[in-house]
Design a protein. Sequence first.
Length: 412
Amino acid sequence: MSADAVSVTQRSWRSPLLIIACGGLIGMLTFGPRSTFGFFIQPMSHDLGWGRDVFAFALAVQNLLWGLGQPFAGAVADRFGTLRVLSVGALMYAAGLLLMRYAGSPSVLTLSTGVLIGFGLSGCSFNLVLAAFSKLVPPHKRNLALGVGTAAGSFGQFLFAPVSVALIDHIGWPATLTAFAVLMLFVVPLSFAVATPPAASVDAPAEDRQSFTQALSEAFGHRSYVLLVLGFFTCGFQLAFVTAHLPAYLVDRGMPAQTGGWVLAVIGLFNMIGSISVGWLAGYFPRRYILSTIYFVRALSVVAFISLPMTTASAIVFGMVTGLTWLSTVPPTSSLISLMFGTRWLATLYGFAFVSHQVGGFLGAWLGGLAFNYYGSYNVVWWLSVVFGVLSALINLPIVEKPVLRAAVQPA
């Protein structure tokens, strides 16, 4: 399928550079605002009189529904193309941001921040963009394109983190959410550049003509895919916890609110370096070793961060190390799935892996709020992230990096 898709792309107005550029902008616009929600916790709590557990639950629901919706969004994109999925997802995301502005009760906050934005992200986040890259970009540029696409999402975090802090300070959190909702509408025209053809329009080889159920049965019966899915849980747990609670954690430790904004910005900046570097390294080193190293480095960095005295410098250094490993798990994970099973059902199979990621995200965001309300600190969740990091480092080592053995489909 990929060779045909590439030939279609080469004959159209969309060059690989344009596809990567527009896909990168989509990743930047969709990942940027959702990475800033931690900055809204304190001002909204102050104005609305809610505890952190209310926001933690809404963000946990967002992470969970983002994950649960991803396989279905991926299946629709694999079958009918990415254009309509990205467009509908962007509209849901914009509606969620706008409704979040008018959230007058915890239930409305959960509906907007959790349900609408969660399902919206499943339809328009960088996950679908990466799947489109795998189908549209020539194979020799694929690993690097995946790294660049992931880095673009990180640039969104780098850009939106300090901007959101400044906007909240100057125009207030309601107007900031409205501005973010308007920006989300730009995803719709950008989606035309990364539109993939419907499956029926592609003359795929016989061995790639799998049904949806056949693809799932093959994947979940494959030991390496299951290990990859299990390891991805930790990535979601750590990212969601840090995104949702690091700004408040730093304030609790005596840091000004601006420090949290700059730390998240540094994470985004260094993740661009990490994602592009990992995308390049994946062409030369075993991806299972890259993933194992990433998870182990994360665990060590958390131990150092919570054990050493808290200063602005230590927070920035933590942001640098965390950024290098932040979303750098995504290119090798997506690339491994493509290697093992091909690109026919890539968005779907990556979507199911992302369910594990977002179940971890649900627990990371939610347990952070519960732990703070119960213990008055986040320490128990920090140590959980260390344990999960070590376990994922070990889980990824036995993965076998080769295409699945698949019998050729016989004609009826």
